[in-house]
Structures are given as C-alpha cells and as structure tokens.
Design a protein around this ligand. Sequence first.
Ligand code: TYD
Length: 218
Amino acid sequence: MTKGRFIALEGGEGAGKSTQARLLAERLRAQGLEVVSTREPGGTPGAEAIRHLLLHGVDTPQGTAGWNPRAEALLFAAARSDHVETLIQPALARGAWVVCDRYLDSSRAYQGGGGGLSDADIVTLHGVGSEGLLPDLTLLVEIDPEVAAARLAIRDADGTDRIGSRGSDYHARVATAFAAFREEDPARYARIDGNGDADSTAALIWQAVSRLIEVSAA
Ligand code: TYD
C-alpha cells in the first residue's frame, strides 16, 4: 500500500497555489489515493474561527482592530495546532495524502520575514503547537512580481484581507524570506516556476510529486 504523504504549497500572494492545490489533489485522487485537501489558516472549525480573526480583525468602537506581530504569530500557531491535531495527523495516520495550501513556511515568511519575529521564535511556536510536524515535500511556487501584481489586480478587485493588503515592502520581505528558506534547506523544497499558465505549472508540480509516489510505493 502507498504510504500517506504530507505536501504543502507555499509562496507569496497571487502565486496560484490554491488552483494548483486543487489540481494536485484531483490528480492524486485519480491515482486511487485518499486525499485530504486543506488550507491554512483554517482547515478545521477551530482554525477557521481563528482565520476569521486574523484576516478580518475584530470590531471595536474605534473601528476594526488587528493584532500586534507577536499575537498574530501566536494565533497562526494556535490555528495550526488545531489543524494538525484534528485533521492532518489523523489523515496521515490512516495512510491518506494531505495537500495543504500554506503551512509553517508562511508563518516563517510573513510573521518572521514580513513581521520581524525571529525565525527561531516561529519554529519554537511550531514545536509547542504542532510538535514540529513538517511536510514531506514543500512546493514553493515562485512568480515574478509583475505577474503577481497583474493576477492580484483581477483577483482582489473587490478588496483583499488584512495581510494581503500590507504594503509592497512587507511582501518583498516575504518573498526574500521564502527564497532564503530554499537556499538554506534545498532538500525540503521543490521550486516551481509559477509564471506560466495553470496547466504548465501543474505539470511541473506533478513531476516533483510523482517522485514521491514512486518512493512511497517502493
Ligand atoms: P488566503 O486568502 O488563504 O491567501 P492566499 O490566497 O494568498 O494564499 O489568506 C491567507 C493570508 O494569510 C495570506 O496573506 C498569507 C497569510 N498567512 C500568514 O501570514 N501566515 C501564515 O502562517 C499563513 C498560513 C498565512
């Protein structure tokens, strides 16, 4: 029997991760595998409730309020803890494949690179919240800033959330952080060129993932 695997898709805004996560899950299912498709922040009722707090803020008499960078990092870690404990770990334990749209590296890139927390602190929070669970493979979907800007102009025409709407400096730091992760630890990542259309990006992803199926089935 093929062993379950945990695959995360990571990257900045407009990289096309959500479309690719859906296409990948469909393709794995077509191989006869049980696949759990999920996303962060969210994926379970508890984590989706925290997602709402993070992406929409809270109403106060002075208007909508957000969180300081440390509280934000703790909320992401809390959401992830619930997600790992109640959805991801049980799925992997029964041999299912998990395809997750964003995971720990988004916290390292956004709350760390973007928000200024240290990488060591983010990783410590992950150790506490989720016993340090890492994906078997992280697909890092990379796109040029102009391609991202053009896609976001269409996707976010009606507005975006509290994190997506941060300034270009913030998102540049996020992109730099993602690039640094794969330089530091190339074995954990597959770099995916996301500049092409959805089908060509899906083909690159399938090349990276099918190696995992061969290894798992061996
Ligand atoms: P979502 O609409 O799911 O984003 P996208 O379509 O860009 O993937 O919103 C998730 C937002 O939360 C996105 O701006 C990235 C951010 N985020 C963090 O800042 N830290 C995290 O750990 C995660 C998982 C997401």
